[in-house]
Design a protein around this ligand. Structure first.
Ligand code: NAP
Length: 336
């Protein structure tokens, strides 16, 4: 392992002391991880907060085998040490990374293929808000959903970290973007980000609204994080040959739906979770993002929407904020 400055043996990290509410997130002293072959150690400046962290805290989303038990799926900072077999990165490089866990800490080790340079002009807080959402949206909307220029994307939860990313990227790549959100304020934020139509799902039926907005045709791709009764309603809102991509089931994993619509409309209903995928898979997404999305981040054609920043030791407040559901965009932990 190579490093050129003193790396302490111990660090402060936020651990899940037991499954439960936000206050189970407690600072702990842990060993600084040692990067193995193909891994780098990042001295963390900022860490992103994501809904899956909340589920992990509640005991509903255990880390995959071999991953850190600490929460945190993304971080930004500088490379502090290199494991063997690293050619691209140098100590001191300013980077952000998708982490398999462990982002809520002063140091995190990560496979080099999940690391990307800090987008030009970005602060560490902004960069920490990028990886989890951009990797997820890129794979699910563009690779799995196959969204093309001129097609219509319906994205549920438009004001979420994922939603704000999907709206901006789909719009930047020439799609017509319809989104749902639970208040006028959230709908207005989505329109400002480039959505062509924002539906307040508490006041309007999204199926009827999507049909109205698309000349009865429906949406070519639907990114859904809701599940439950949205499954059947997505089939109604989809266009012929539509692709529905499931990334979460917040309203329920079990649903009853009219599957004849899958046949009649020749729909594809697919889905994925990012965290357990291989390092090779994540490296391929990182390469695609660097080639196609990093230039857009560098000119701020797309950028993470920053909601609030909390100190690392107050991670519980960040989780409280997320669970209150008032946030628009990303919540981030400041680790400096
Ligand atoms: N599969 C994957 O690889 C992957 C990766 C990352 C994240 N995810 C999932 O993607 C989702 C968004 O993550 P995030 O970190 O961006 O979270 P977030 O900012 O907390 O957003 C959650 C969103 O879900 C919406 N929502 C929740 N329940 C709803 C319901 N019953 N009906 C309609 N909308 C509902 C909320 O919309 P309103 O506030 O407007 O109600 C909110 O915008 C989470 O469910 C997360 O688990 C999946």
């Amino acid at each position: 392992m190579a490093n050129n400055h003193e790396i302490p043996a111990k660090m402060t990290a936020i651990a899940i002391s037991q499954p439960g509410g936000p206050k189970v997130l407690k600072p702990e002293t842990r060993d600084v991880p040692v990067p193995g072959p193909g891994e780098v150690l990042i001295r963390v400046h900022a860490a992103g907060v994501n809904r899956p962290d909340v589920q992990q805290r509640k005991g509903a989303y255990p880390p995959p085998p071999g991953a850190s038990d600490l929460p945190g799926l993304e971080a930004s900072g500088e490379i502090a040490a290199l494991g063997d077999e690293i050619s691209r990165w140098r100590i001191g490089d300013r980077v952000c990374a998708l982490t398999p866990g462990g982002g809520y800490a002063e140091y995190v080790k990560v496979h080099a293929g999940s690391v990307l340079p800090l987008p030009a002009g970005f602060t560490h807080s902004e960069a920490a808000a990028v990886p989890e959402n951009y990797f997820t949206v890129w794979h699910n909307v563009f690779e799995r959903g196959g969204l093309k220029k001129g097609e219509t994307l319906l994205v549920h939860g438009g004001s979420s970290g994922i939603g704000t990313t999907a709206i901006q990227l789909a719009s930047a790549f020439g799609a017509y973007v319809i989104t749902t959100a639970g208040s006028k304020e959230k709908c207005d934020a989505c329109l400002k980000l480039g959505a062509d139509r924002a539906i307040n799902y508490r006041e309007e039926d999204f199926v009827a609204a999507v049909k109205d907005a698309t000349d009865r045709k429906g949406a070519d791709v639907i990114l859904d994080m809701v599940g439950g009764d949205y499954v059947g309603r997505n089939y109604d809102a989809a266009a012929v040959e539509g692709r529905i991509v499931q990334i979460a089931v917040q309203a329920g994993a079990v649903a009853s739906a009219d599957f004849s619509k899958v046949m009649v409309k020749r729909l594809t209903h697919t889905g994925s979770t990012l965290r357990p995928r291989t390092v090779e898979f994540k490296a391929a997404i990182a390469a695609a993002l660097e080639a196609q999305v990093w230039p857009l981040l560098g000119t701020r054609k797309v950028a993470p929407i920053m909601d609030m920043i909390f100190p690392l030791t107050e991670a519980w407040r960040a989780h409280e904020r997320m669970e209150e559901g008032e946030h628009i965009g990303k919540i981030v932990l400041d680790v400096e």
